[in-house]
Design a protein. Structure first.
Length: 75
């Protein structure tokens, strides 16, 4: 069984896999501060690239069992 964690945007890291409610997955490729928000760049499971900007305290669904200590967080 796959574990889904809820995580604030400020705790996302490059390499995390975001999952939407329909089950599609998106790998985080880059994180950047933009004003008060955080821009998250990703690659979808079908290879499409995209990005979104979210508040630092916004919640994302992240596939559990990530990279742990090797992750770089955005403050």
């Amino acid at each position: 069984m796959t574990t889904i964690e809820l995580r604030e945007t400020r705790h996302l890291a490059v390499g995390d896999t975001l999952v939407n409610v329909s089950g599609r997955s998106y790998e985080v490729t880059k994180l950047a501060r933009v004003g008060r928000g955080i821009r998250v760049h990703y690659v979808a499971d079908d290879g499409a690239e995209g990005r979104f900007t979210a508040a630092p305290e916004a919640i994302s669904r992240v596939l559990g069992g990530g990279l742990g200590g090797a992750a770089q967080h955005v403050a």
